[in-house]
Design a protein around this ligand. Structure first.
Ligand code: ADP
Length: 279
């Protein structure tokens, strides 16, 4: 499975990436983590990146593209990967397309974690407090001032990627405001629906999706009526298509269903993009 996780700082990309790594036996390629390691080791890249990172700016494209290209060549990435924090700009996405083409790697999907911006500052503050309580070193860029800059940079440079991947029919949007557990289940469900996960995992997700569809009220107390109905409908559909994929383990979900699943996500992402553009 080859995925990109897209979302603003504090949206839960790191948390969800770790869960996907655990479940699917793939690797997490986080440019933020790699750059922080380079800074700690004071490599030439680290020395160049540290001031930029501390101020909430973006490290030059050629550096991160180089890091990712090298990392994709390592044997542990052959089984599948999740890109977390990369690409962060349209030029980086274009460079990634080129890289993947050259390396004959196909991307399965781009999962966008959509969150309410007003909750992000609180989430990062909680993360800082928890890290302090555990005696861990707090990230130098996890301050309200720098976070505001990181968010502004996400909005202007990274958010256009939602449109970029939606146009390429790769985008799947998940509500990142649900509980961690619920977001994980939702990600696994949509990945099963597009045939990106193995039959065994798909079967499990199909069961969970069917269960949720049968009892929509149980997990959806916090979701508005309209959304809950739509989600339940999608869950039932996903359950069906995932079940189909399970019945025919040698074949993935038919191309038409896959296009529909991604197309749907694409349409809703387009709506969101429009809304955002208006705001
Ligand atoms: P966040 O929690 O804001 O998503 P990350 O851990 O992904 O943070 O990244 C931390 C910092 O590392 C970013 O603010 C940026 O300075 C740098 N960085 C990470 N990935 C990239 C990238 N793809 N392009 C440019 N800079 C990056």
């Amino acid at each position: 499975m080859r995925l990109i996780l897209l979302g603003p700082p504090g949206s839960g990309k790191g948390t969800q990436a770790q869960r996907l790594v655990h479940k699917h036996g793939i690797v997490q390629l986080s440019t933020g983590e790699m750059l922080r390691a380079a800074v700690a080791a004071q490599t030439p890249v680290g020395i160049q990146a540290q001031g930029i990172m501390a101020s909430g700016g973006l490290v030059p494209d050629e550096i991160v593209i180089g890091i990712i290209s090298d990392r994709l060549d390592q044997p542990d990435a052959a089984n599948g990967f999740i890109l977390d924090g990369f690409p962060r700009t349209v030029p980086q996405a274009e460079a990634l397309d080129e890289l993947l083409k050259k390396k004959h790697i196909k991307l399965d999907a781009v999962v966008e974690l959509r969150v309410n911006e007003s909750a992000l500052l609180q989430r990062v503050e909680t993360r800082v407090a928890e890290m302090r309580a555990r005696g861990e070193e707090v990230r130098i860029d996890d301050t309200p001032e720098v976070l505001t800059r990181r968010l502004a940079s996400y909005r202007s440079l990274t958010e256009p990627l939602i449109h970029y991947y939606s146009e390429r029919r790769k985008l799947l949007t998940v509500d990142g405001m649900m509980t961690i557990e619920h977001v994980t289940r939702e990600i696994n469900r949509i990945l099963a629906a597009i045939g990106a996960v193995e039959a065994k995992a798909a079967k499990k997700s199909a069961k969970a999706a069917a269960g949720r569809a049968a009892k929509p009220a149980r997990n959806r107390a916090a979701v508005s009526g309209n959304t809950a109905r739509k989600t339940a409908k999608t869950a039932r559909k996903a359950g069906k298509s995932a079940a189909k994929a399970v019945k025919k383990p040698s074949r993935k979900v038919p191309a038409s269903s896959r296009a529909r699943a991604i197309g749907k996500a694409g349409k809703s992402a387009k709506k969101i993009t429009k809304k955002r553009a208006k705001a």
